[in-house]
Design a protein around this ligand. Structure first.
Ligand code: F6P
Length: 319
């Protein structure tokens, strides 16, 4: 029997556990022996590698996070540690890897493949949805739903107290989470790193809306913008004349019960990854494109700067 392993690297997402479950079950179905590598590349270097059983993945499909842990590893960027990683894989006879992570994680893996011939397939997994070459990254839908529920709850209190709420989403340098959330939660303001803004430009409109009876405001700001959300709250108070509060959603966006969509995407990503590795795919990332799933090279994924869809950005003008 051939051996295949899975690991998670970088920020965890809800959807990793469903992916791990399907990995184990589908690997056995395809005649492979599945292995877990705990705590990302760090665990690979430390030889935290164990054979996986059906029992290991029972009852995890509904859980956020990752049963096998994740980490950001600096050591894997060094040749000497990659050599140790290869030795560890050899002791378990593993020559195929499925990696759930971001573009940085895949880049290191490609070097590893070129040095040591360990085949891999990357599965784009980050709530930021900022990986080039794929329309969708695992975990995004669950994060968006958590943000939606949080905004709905904040709207209740914003309306009761007639306040402006400045709500910060994650996303690193990408405004995707903030933008989609603003469009789907009826926000009045959305600030993202991709678009320059001047708060002054909103003053006349917001004051007019206040005069016409608007009682509260919802402002969604991405963590990647240059301004502190407290300054935006202060602007609401001083320039628009409405009491305001700031809510930083933070890591709550990374956890929680995976949505149906993320469970389904986990299933599809993993099936394609294993099928690809059993076929002729040696070092690729399985991407979700407008025309279906496609294997892409590291150059296409990690070598291209991610750009937020311009059509989506143009929706900002309609807020
Ligand atoms: O990349 C996912 C992400 O959640 C970003 O949105 C955020 O900026 C970062 O990770 C937070 O990282 P950490 O969990 O190390 O604080």
């Amino acid at each position: 029997m051939k051996n295949i392993a899975i690991l998670c690297s970088g920020g965890d997402v809800s959807g990793m556990n469903p992916a791990i479950k399907h990995f184990v079950e589908y690997a056995y179905a395809r005649g492979l022996t599945p292995y877990f590598i705990y705590d990302g590349y760090e665990g690979l270097i430390e030889n935290r590698i164990e054979k996986a059983t059906y029992q290991d993945v029972a009852g995890i499909i509904n859980r956020g996070g990752t049963k096998i842990g994740s980490a950001r590893s600096k050591r894997f960027t060094q040749k000497e540690f990659r050599a140790i990683a290869k030795q560890n894989l050899d002791t378990h006879n593993i020559d195929m890897l499925v990696v759930l992570g971001g573009d940085g994680s895949f880049r290191g893996l490609d070097v590893f493949y070129k040095e040591h011939g360990i085949k891999f397939c990357g599965i784009p997994s980050t709530i930021d949805n900022d990986i080039s070459g794929t329309e969708y990254c695992l975990g995004v839908d669950t994060a968006l739903n958590i943000i939606k529920n949080s905004i709905d709850a904040l709207r209740d209190t914003a309306a009761s107290f007639s306040r402006a709420f400045v709500i910060e989403t994650m996303g690193r340098d990408c405004g995707y989470l903030a933008l989609i959330s603003a469009l789907t939660s009826g926000a009045e303001l959305c600030l993202i790193p991709e678009v320059d803004y001047n708060l002054k430009d909103f003053e006349e409109k917001f004051k007019r809306q206040r005069a016409q009876g608007r009682k509260y405001f919802i402002a969604i700001v991405s963590e990647g913008i240059k301004q502190d959300p407290r300054e935006i709250a202060q602007w609401f108070e001083e320039s628009i004349g409405i009491e305001s509060r700031v809510t930083i959603l933070g890591h709550v966006q990374r956890g929680g019960n995976p949505t149906t969509y993320d469970r389904l995407m986990a299933y599809k990503f993993v099936s394609h990854a294993i099928n690809g590795l059993l076929g002729d795919k040696t070092n690729s990332v399985i991407c979700c494109t407008k025309s279906g799933f496609a294997f892409k090279s590291i150059e296409e994924v990690a070598g291209v700067k991610h750009r937020l869809d311009t059509e989506l950005i143009s929706c900002l003008e309609m807020l």
